[in-house]
Design a protein. Structure first.
Length: 323
């Protein structure tokens, strides 16, 4: 390893430590998120996306001896990051089951809930997981590797219409129909099992910046594999059932599809805002927004962690009497 590379690694590790994280995942907007949760020392909090544990450790640092943290993560790799702290309970499951497990463990209601959506740095950077087109590996993309459906399953088994719909809806790919047809044609010759197999199809079809095009395609497949938007909707609908009145929810999103769902539900209490014929738009949201606009990472944080550039933090509190 050269001197320059060692220095880059050291700088990255130093930045991660300063931001409460580790090489597994640097938590985004750590200070802003902890402030938004308005943590009470004796409160009960939920970290729905434990990952590298950066947000969880920051929450624990604000809790007293009677405080409690329940952390969810469906990725088995995340369990290795658990701190030796009796105040944390780790649930190795998808956070779509939040209400079920909080009830099972007698933890309802809670004072605050955090979700840092999307893919962890570890998942992107671990070549074998198949999340990034920077490497060649099996087309996996599963956050929960207990699940049977992989990226290769989708690419090789979905029909052209389903592929087109996926690329259009989840990746906003402009030539989704052409891409779907090309995949169906290529897989008729041989199965498309690896990242390089897929890139061979994508390369002649890339529009504009190839890396941006690849990112859109990979995002679409990843969302489909992990049912990310369906999971997000299920989870949002559970929030009024688990939060105490005045309890806070903080959600960090990384793309417009996620952010729109979060924005609509926290603002309107629904995912489709319908207009009243007399009074116009009416809101029946059980939440009070802490700010109308999302919080964004500072210029300093973006410089230290480029993945924070697209992050948006939305915060709301459950209204009194709202269930």
């Amino acid at each position: 390893m050269g001197k320059k590379k060692r220095q880059q690694d050291a700088d990255a590790a130093s930045n991660a430590a300063e931001m409460g994280g580790n090489s597994y995942h640097i938590p985004v907007m750590l200070k802003e998120t902890i402030e938004a949760l308005n943590i009470h020392p004796d409160g009960v909090y939920v970290d729905c996306t434990f990952g590298g544990g950066g947000h969880s450790r920051a929450i624990l640092s604000q809790l007293g001896p009677k405080g409690k943290l329940i952390a969810f993560d469906q990725d088995a790799d995340a369990a290795a990051n658990l701190p030796a702290d009796s105040r944390i309970l780790f649930v190795p499951e998808n956070f779509r089951y939040m209400h079920r497990f909080l009830r099972l463990h007698g933890a309802l209601p809670v004072d605050g809930v955090l979700a840092d959506l999307g893919v962890s740095s570890h998942q992107f950077d671990e070549a074998s997981r198949g999340f990034s087109f920077r490497f060649d590996a099996e087309l996996d993309m599963r956050m929960d590797q207990r699940q049977p459906k992989t990226g290769a399953t989708i690419i090789n088994e979905y029909n052209a219409a389903a592929l087109q719909n996926m690329f259009s809806m989840y990746g906003e790919v402009t030539n989704a129909r052409t891409l779907a047809a090309a995949i169906v044609q290529e897989r008729s010759k041989r199965p498309l099992q690896t990242i390089q197999d897929l890139l061979t199809v994508l390369e002649p079809l890339a529009k504009g910046n190839p890396n941006r095009y690849y990112a859109q395609v990979f995002q679409a497949i990843r969302i489909e594999v992990n049912e990310e938007l369906a999971v997000l909707k299920e989870w949002l609908e559970q929030l009024p059932l688990v939060l105490k009145p005045g309890g806070r929810v903080a959600v960090i999103t990384f793309h417009s599809l996620e952010d729109r769902l979060v924005k609509l539900f926290l603002r309107d209490g629904t995912f489709s805002r319908e207009a009243d014929p007399i009074y116009g738009h009416s809101s029946a949201s059980p939440f009070e927004l802490m700010s109308k606009k999302p919080i964004e990472a500072s210029a300093e944080e973006v410089k230290m962690n480029d993945r924070s550039r697209s992050a948006r933090l939305r915060v709301a509190a459950l209204k009194e009497g709202a269930k």
